[in-house]
Write a protein that binds this ligand. Structure first.
Ligand code: AKG
Length: 276
């Protein structure tokens, strides 16, 4: 088995170096700074940082979603017909508190929650080099399929009060004995299973630290109709309609295109009996 796929399956993540070109990286920095500077939504100032929905506000974002290097990574991992779900730009400004431990799978009542293979992957691109000092990613290997003590405190994750609490003594802000730091160089790609527990350190520097997180559905055609219908409920199809014909054509192979009428899977962020 490919060692990266082995890492993804066993540890819940893998790292690919130098995936973005210098030119795309430069354009993404400009585009994401603008997006984050202009963000006036309720997501602007939370324990997640300054979070903005990344759609097609700038041509660089479409280039990133359809980036041949990213599709080559998916293909190397054995996912030849992935779909794109959504994307976010997340800035950690100077002195911002650590992120809380969380996981991002939202269909915990569905059999996919216990699958060996991931049904939802994060692609995280940090736009600067990251270390502990400026808020690099932390994660708990194997936590995508194995229950850890932290799971008892997770609650509804991003859908809960932990996004806004001032009490950073909460266990979800604690250091964990199994955690590891993932330092990256700008242009590297961290691929992870949505079920993996992850977080990020405080940014102690004076520079903004931005990550672009893209969500791909790697084996969409093998994912149940219920889950595909669930994703459809939370997809902004209007943004796609606004693209010009040429851009729509570029993204067409990645569009999550479920058209059935099955009852959508219930949105449930709380890992239950399917996590052992
Ligand atoms: O801000 C970070 O470094 C992590 C972002 C994150 O957890 C996410 O996008 O799910």
């Amino acid at each position: 088995m490919d060692p990266k796929l082995d890492g993804l399956i066993k540890e819940g993540y893998c790292l690919f170096e130098d995936v973005l070109s210098d030119d795309l990286l430069r354009r993404l920095r400009v585009a994401s700074d603008k997006l984050l500077d202009e963000n006036e939504t309720e997501h602007k100032d939370t324990n997640q940082g300054n979070l903005a929905f990344m759609q097609f506000q700038d041509p660089a974002f479409l280039d990133l979603i359809t980036w041949p290097g990213a599709l080559a990574v998916l293909s190397r991992l054995g996912f030849d017909r992935p779909r794109f779900w959504s994307g976010f730009a997340i800035a950690k400004e100077r002195g911002e508190t650590p992120l809380y431990w969380h996981q991002d799978w939202v269909f915990w009542d569905e059999p996919e929650a216990a699958d060996r293979m991931p049904h939802q992957l994060f692609f995280m691109y940090y736009l600067t080099d990251t270390q502990v000092e400026n808020g690099c990613l932390r994660l708990i290997p194997k936590s995508h399929r194995r229950r850890f003590d932290l799971h008892e405190h997770l609650g509804k994750g991003h859908d809960s009060d932990i996004r806004h609490t001032d009490d950073h003594r909460h266990p979800l802000f604690s250091k964990h004995s199994a955690e590891i730091d993932v330092s990256t160089n700008a242009g590297d790609l961290v691929v992870g299973d949505a079920r993996l527990l992850h977080s990020a350190h405080t940014n102690q520097t004076s520079e903004r630290r931005t990550v672009l997180t893209l969500w791909y559905l790697p084996c969409y055609d093998k994912t149940s109709e219920r889950v595909r219908a669930g994703y459809r409920e939370r997809t902004n199809t209007a943004a796609l309609q606004e693209l010009c014909a040429e851009d729509r054509q570029r993204i067409a192979p990645l569009v999550a295109d479920y058209k059935g009428d099955v009852e959508p899977a219930v949105w449930n962020r709380v890992p239950g009996a399917l996590l052992r």
